[in-house]
Write a protein that binds this ligand. Structure first.
Ligand code: HEM
Length: 518
């Protein structure tokens, strides 16, 4: 029994007894006896945590964004950050002309680094410049498991999934058709639809078809878990962070959101393990999906059905909420700019005629107008304001002698860079849907101007799959449905910013009507 086990027993006791009609006197005495020291302990740690957050930034004389040149204190800037990260980031980037600046977050300051250092950092060893470390911090990975043992799927997605996309996409196409027919039945009249929910559902089915075939994509318990795991881990992490770090090992058993996370883990084991076991018992065990590739790529203790279940949740986390935000933003943008629909449809029609009516990998790559519109929509509506989040485990000396101390959380101000006239010409604030047609950068390009997918050896390896899947879904929607905002003069729905994340408003209803094709 460790020193933490006693309070843990205490918390479990209180929690299980909380709803009981009879609460024995002896238990009440335990509660009263332990409550005071625990409260004092908590307050002490809360003090330590907040005083740590208000510590001076590690690099001296570096501007703290959001303070608006001294008009706002750093503590006020931290509060402002919660819903205004994009604005704060742009202020810092403009004021320092793309130099070093800090973003003040309630969990401590994050150092934004200039893009001139990207090349020397992009392949730095993880022991020094750690990718999963930033996830562990952001999603309380110690308890939710996000970022823990994340080594197999990034490599397999990068090497094997990408090499086999042409083989996988026909199944995904089949799933997209099936999903639309099931989820959006034929309506001749305009029908209100929450497209954020619709696209999340379709993406989850299509991604799970890629992961484990129809057995996963048509299993509603699993698709629900693959969607909700991300939201629940995020909620659990937010709740956990309200507790001082030392009490989190106990708090994890107290908060209902962690129960949800554990429930998703149980569903993963219940669904994925028997699937893997059945496959292993087959004589001709050949399946064209990511689970098969993961199994073949796994070594040692990773080669178990249990680890496949765990990794399937990691894939769901990486692939579903991320991808579904893109078509949602895109349709909001198209509703606000309906003049783009016709040229996009012409391009899709032409490609389908050339490809015998199929969404092939080669055909999808020729949808350059759609690709450009997706990229422009993402430039204005990124998933995250910051990418290339990394935790430094040792002091880092850069080529010009600048030393960033160990323990610093660094990142690239992707959202500010996406609006820099240096990269996007004289009018970066103008939404120009076909701005990228004929240019060298596509939706999946990663470079100093395009950081939505991160950069370097940990840049999103699933982006090629995501691009193909999203293009299919959007093209199908444009071909088969008319759509518009519920009110004629409705502006493009504002996004919801929370800390580093930027979400499409999920409550917006779009009017949708089945389109009759000639
Ligand atoms: C629009 C959809 C998506 C967006 C915006 C997105 C974005 C990102 C970003 C920003 C990173 C971190 C990169 C860095 O910090 O350098 C990342 C990593 C990753 N993404 Fe995605 N992602 C998307 C879809 C997907 C999909 C569909 C998959 C899987 C099929 C996937 C798999 C991964 C993996 C495995 C990593 C970690 C790569 C590594 O550690 O080497 N992502 N993604």
């Amino acid at each position: 029994m460790t020193v933490l086990d006693l309070p843990l027993t205490f918390l479990t006791l209180v929690r299980t007894r909380a709803h009981a009609a009879a609460f024995p006197v002896s238990a009440q005495l335990v509660v009263v006896t332990l409550a005071l020291p625990i409260s004092v302990f908590s307050l002490w740690y809360y003090y330590l945590r907040t005083s740590n957050a208000s510590k001076a930034p590690a690099l001296p004389n570096v501007y703290v964004a959001g303070t608006d040149g001294g008009k706002r204190s750093v503590a006020e800037a931290r509060k402002h950050f919660v819903h205004h990260c994009g604005e704060i980031m742009r202020e810092g980037y403009e004021k320092t002309q793309g130099g070093f600046f800090y973003i003040p977050t309630p969990a401590g300051d994050r150092l934004m680094i200039p893009t001139k250092y990207m090349e020397e950092l992009k392949n730095a060893p993880d022991e020094l410049v750690d990718f999963t470390g930033s996830f562990l911090e952001m999603f309380s990975g110690k308890y939710t498991t996000i970022g823990v043992k994340w080594h197999l799927h990034p490599n397999v997605v990068k090497k094997d999934l990408n090499a086999n996309l042409a083989l996988i996409l026909p199944d995904v196409e089949d799933e997209v058709y099936h999903a639309f027919q099931t989820l959006l039945p034929k309506h001749d009249d305009w029908t209100p639809v929450r497209i954020a929910d619709l696209f999340t559902d379709i993406i989850s089915r299509a991604s799970n078809r890629m992961l484990g075939g129809k057995e996963l994509s048509r299993n509603r318990e699993w698709t629900a878990t693959s969607i909700d795991f991300t939201t629940d881990t995020w909620l659990a992490s937010q709740r956990l962070k309200r507790f001082p770090a030392l009490l989190r090992p106990l708090a994890q058993y107290w908060i209902p959101e962690m129960d949800q996370v554990r429930r998703h883990q149980a569903v993963a084991r219940r669904v994925i393990k028997p699937l893997m076991e059945r496959r292993l018992a087959e004589e001709d065990n050949r399946h064209s999906d990511l689970l098969q590739m993961l199994w073949e790529g796994a070594r040692g203790s990773d080669k178990t059905p249990d680890f496949m279940a765990y990794t399937s949740l990691a894939i769901s986390f990486a692939a579903i909420r991320t991808s579904s935000s893109v078509p949602t933003h895109l349709i909001y943008d198209l509703c606000a700019r309906p003049e783009y629909v016709e040229p996009l449809l012409e391009e899709i029609d032409k490609m389908l005629k050339e490809e015998g009516g199929r969404f092939t990998k080669a055909g999808l790559s020729r949808l350059v107008k759609l690709d450009s519109f997706m990229k422009e929509s993402q430039r204005f509506n990124p998933l995250s304001f910051l990418t290339f989040g990394r935790l430094l485990h040792k002091d880092l000396r850069l080529h010009d002698g600048v030393v960033i101390p160990a323990g610093t959380m660094i990142g690239l101000p992707a959202y500010a860079i996406a609006h820099d006239p240096q990269f996007y010409g004289p009018s970066p604030e103008t939404f120009d849907g076909f701005r990228h047609v004929g240019g060298s950068a596509q939706f999946v390009t990663t470079n100093a101007a395009n950081l939505a997918w991160g950069y370097g050896k940990h840049a999103c390896s699933g982006r090629f799959f995501a691009a193909g899947e999203i293009k299919m879904i959007v093209a199908y929607f444009l071909l088969h449905y008319d759509f518009k905002f519920a009110k004629e003069d409705m502006p493009r729905p504002a996004n919801i910013a929370f800390e580093l994340q930027n979400m499409a408003d999920p409550t917006v209803e779009i009017l949708v009507r089945r389109r009759e094709r000639q």
